[in-house]
Every structure is written in structure tokens, then in C-alpha cells.
Design a protein around this ligand. Structure first.
Ligand SMILES: *Cc1c(COP(=O)(O)O)cnc(C)c1O
Length: 470
């Protein structure tokens, strides 16, 4: 395409337009306000201040009979809402395990939101369906997963676990002649789900939503890093699903996937990998060996809104045999005609939904294989830097830092919580608390594209200051 055809024109406000001048100004104003917000994030208190959260009360009151001017509505949202946000997009936000949305993914999200496409069917949005198909192909490629696996774009890893486990439930019961989609679970052969002791709660929730029952999970002991111990896997018979984890939310540790795959093969079990953030390490050559055997599983869950740094909400379920996923979630109705192209609605539990694939496509297109590998590797190096310098400063690092997670103790539980509180109050960076294997710790998760060495150094200085104060 010629360069000139690509350039965005700014038509004068008097030109014929589908938008009134006021509507056009509203959209431009939103872009300006959002851009200012992002531009100022590095200079603000990372967590919101209590007084800014208190001011949200001004948004309340009864629903009014009459509407208000949209420009005023937007202003109110920005003036009251923006200061009360958590600075997740700051390079010094290390809470939970989140990403920080790359600017290109925010821009792609704005454009796709303006398109307002329903990504459920190719006829409601050929562009969303096609971009989603391409994005999923790229994800399989980047994560070194089988190229013919099927993918589903859902809201997050919780729904990705749910969707993949629905496919698993289908397959292991179909093998013993039970049609769970038609007949449900009443009277079905017993189905067991083997999980590590440190399984993410979203897996148990999925097992419960799927009617299998949380208490039917068979926990397997974890080692000193929180990894499922392959030597403790039980003897099983009958329909079985084993849930491995790539990336423990506390330690970042990856279960021994190759050994679990061997066990699954020997026991005829379906192997699922919850790799909400950790699966992205497969895209980084230096870290990929930690995930050896990850491609032998039957299904995977991964979050694009974590380490790929796209906006919420975006998780991906991946299933080796497309037929298993389709059998579990496909939809048919007379008004929904079959077509020759991939119909998104046959791969997810949802029908109408936003075009999440656009941001995944944009992130991977803008980063490329190398940019993605660098992003992951950089976060891991920053985590290692945190661990070394905090140890040197007299804190105790509880985990072996192999990925992007660092668990830090500042002494007793009380002492640790006091330091965390001081850090949050200081506002230079934000870290949360956790309890892992009986120890209270501060959790540092480096998952954002935006984190620089200077961010890490400034955060280390703030943490050391708070350690001295407490
Ligand atoms: C974050 C996370 C989840 C849940 O993901 P959501 O996107 O919050 O639904 C599941 N498993 C692991 C290992 C996670 O880190």
C-alpha cells in the first residue's frame, strides 16, 4: 500500500462526517486524556492514595432521570477515576502477576473498540475472525506448541482452564463410551483430576464448575519450590486428567512437565498445563529448557494479559485435538449457518464477544519472535537482580528465582507485613504480600514490558529505605 494512503487525515470539523463535531471531539478528547494518563504514570504514586479512592464517592448518587453531556461524563471519569487507578502500567508495579499493556496493544484495542465487532462468527466480523485465526497460529508458533492445535480466546486463564478442562472431560469420558455433553455426569464413570498441592485455585474452580467437584481433585505433594513431585504421582485407573503447572504464582517454578507427560502416557491420562504466565517462557530460548516436555500435553491455558502485555481481558485455551475442544463447546442453531472458514463460536463457551485477537495479533506483530523473547528474558533478569540485591541488603529470598517471581521475607510475618505496608505507602513501587509454604512473604512479580533497570534500582532503593524505617 502506498505510504500516502496509510496516513491518517485530520478532516476539518466542517467536512461531512458520520460524527457530529461534538462526537468527534469527544473521541479525540478521550484519546488525549488516556494518553496523558499513560504519559504521567511513571511520576505518580504507584498504588492509588486513600484520599483518591475516597473521592470516588462523588461518582455515586441515584441514577438521574436526565442524562448529561458526554464530554462532562468523560471529564468526570478522568478527573475522579484516573487518580484512583492502580498504576499497573507503571514499570514499578510488581503486584500479583500482571502485565502492563504495550502501547501498541492499547492503540489496537481502541481501534477494535471503535470497530465494535462481534467476534463470535465470521459473518458478524470477517476481520475479527481472520485476525483471531492468525493470532492463534502465531501464539502456537511462539510457544512451540503443535501447529494444528485449536485455540480459544477467552477472558483469562481461569476461563482458559475451564475451557481446556471441558475438552479434557469430554475426551476422557468419550474414551469409555460416555457422552458427557448429552448425558451430563449423573451415572457417568468416575472421573479423577490429579493436581499438584500448589495448584492455582482457578483449576479447582473450573473442576467445580464442570460438575466434577472440587473435592474429587487428588492432590500430589509439592517440593520445596512448589513443583508437583512426579515421584508422588498416584496409581490411577479409569478416566483421569492431570493438571500440571508452568509458573507457580508464588515462586514461578515449573512442574516437571516431561515426567508428568510420561506418567500421563503410561496411565492413559489427559495432561493439562496451566501456564497462565509461565508458558510464555517457552518463547524465550534462555528459559525454554525449564519447560521441557511442555509440548507433550493435551491442553494448555495461557494469559495474554499477563506476560504478553495486552489489555484485559485476554486468556487463551489451547487443545491439541481440535475435535475435543469442538465437541465440548461447539454451538449449533438453525440461524447460525456453517461456513468453510473457522467459526470462533465453535471453540469457546461464549457466542458474542469482543475481538480480543486484535491485540494479540498487534502485540506479536510489533514484538516479533525476538521482541517477545527479549521481553520475557528481561523480566527474568530484573527478578534475579532484585533477589541478589535484597539478599545483600539482609532480606531473605525464599524461592529459587528461575523466572520472574521473587519471594522476600524481612524477618517475622509481622515484620514482613510492616515493610510491605511501608513500601505501599511510599509509592515508589508496589508489591503485595503472600503466604507460601507457611511463610509470610512479599511477592515481586516482574511481568511488564515497561520495567527498566532504573525502575528496579529506584524500587530497590525504596525497599531498602522501608526496611531501615521499620
Ligand atoms: C493468573 C493465573 C491464573 C488465573 O488467571 P486469570 O487470568 O486471572 O483468570 C491461573 N493460573 C495461574 C498459574 C495464574 O498465574
Amino acid at each position: 500500500m502506498a505510504e500516502s494512503a496509510n496516513r491518517v487525515r485530520q478532516p476539518p470539523l466542517t467536512e461531512p462526517s458520520s460524527l457530529s463535531p461534538a462526537e468527534r471531539l469527544l473521541l479525540l478528547e478521550a484519546a488525549l486524556r488516556a494518553t496523558s494518563y499513560r504519559a504521567s504514570i511513571a511520576h505518580r504514586h504507584v498504588g492509588p492514595r486513600a484520599e483518591d479512592v475516597d473521592r470516588l464517592r462523588a461518582l455515586a448518587g441515584p441514577l438521574r432521570d436526565e442524562g448529561d453531556n458526554p464530554a462532562r461524563v468523560l471529564e468526570e471519569l478522568d478527573v475522579l477515576g484516573s487518580p484512583a487507578t492502580v498504576g499497573v502500567t507503571s514499570g514499578r508495579y510488581f503486584g500479583f502477576v500482571t502485565g502492563g499493556s504495550l502501547p501498541i496493544t492499547v492503540a489496537a484495542n481502541w481501534l477494535a473498540t471503535a470497530w465494535d465487532q462481534n467476534a463470535g462468527l465470521s459473518i458478524t466480523s470477517p476481520v475479527a475472525a481472520e485476525i483471531e485465526r492468525i493470532a492463534l497460529d502465531w501464539v502456537l508458533d511462539a510457544l512451540r506448541l503443535p501447529g494444528d492445535a485449536a485455540g480459544a480466546l477467552v477472558t483469562g486463564a481461569t476461563m482458559a482452564n475451564f475451557t481446556a478442562l471441558a475438552a479434557a472431560r469430554h475426551a476422557v469420558l468419550a474414551r469409555v463410551g460416555w457422552d458427557v455433553e448429552s448425558d451430563g455426569l449423573r451415572g457417568a464413570p468416575a472421573l479423577q483430576v490429579v493436581v499438584g498441592a500448589e495448584v492455582h485455585p482457578s483449576v479447582r474452580r473450573s473442576v467445580s464448575l464442570l460438575g466434577i467437584g472440587r473435592e474429587q481433585c487428588i492432590p500430589v505433594a509439592a517440593d520445596d519450590q512448589g513443583r508437583l513431585r512426579a515421584d508422588a504421582l498416584p496409581q490411577v485407573t479409569g478416566p483421569t486428567i492431570v493438571c500440571a503447572q508452568a509458573g507457580n504464582v508464588n515462586t514461578g517454578a515449573v512442574d516437571p512437565l516431561d515426567d508428568i507427560a510420561n506418567w500421563a502416557r503410561a496411565n492413559g491420562a489427559w495432561m493439562h498445563v496451566d501456564g497462565a504466565f509461565g508458558l510464555w517462557a517457552a518463547a524465550a530460548p534462555e528459559r525454554a529448557p525449564l519447560l521441557a516436555g511442555h509440548d507433550r500435553a493435551d491442553s494448555w491455558a495461557v494469559d495474554a494479559h499477563k506476560w504478553l502485555n495486552v489489555p484485559y481481558d485476554c486468556g487463551i485455551a489451547i487443545v491439541r485435538r481440535a475435535a475435543d475442544l469442538r465437541a465440548a463447546v461447539a454451538l449449533s442453531a438453525e440461524y447460525l449457518t456453517e461456513t468453510a472458514v473457522r467459526e470462533p463460536m465453535h471453540f469457546t463457551p461464549e457466542l458474542s464477544r469482543r475481538a480480543r485477537g486484535v491485540e494479540v495479533w498487534a502485540a506479536l506483530r510489533a514484538l516479533g519472535r525476538r521482541g517477545l523473547a527479549d521481553l520475557v528474558e528481561r523480566c527474568c533478569l530484573h527478578a534475579g537482580h532484585f533477589a541478589r540485591h535484597l539478599s545483600a541488603a539482609g532480606a531473605e529470598v525464599l524461592n529459587r528465582v528461575t523466572l520472574n517471581q521473587v519471594l522476600v521475607s524481612f524477618g517475622s510475618a509481622q515484620q514482613t507485613l510492616r515493610v510491605i505496608e511501608a513500601i505501599q505507602r511510599d509509592g515508589t513501587c508496589w508489591c503485595g504480600s503472600t503466604v507460601w509454604q507457611g511463610r509470610t512473604a512479599m511477592r515481586i512479580s516482574v511481568s511488564s514490558w515497561a520495567t527498566t533497570e532504573a525502575d528496579v534500582d529506584a524500587s530497590l532503593a525504596a525497599i531498602r529505605r522501608c526496611m531501615r524505617q521499620v
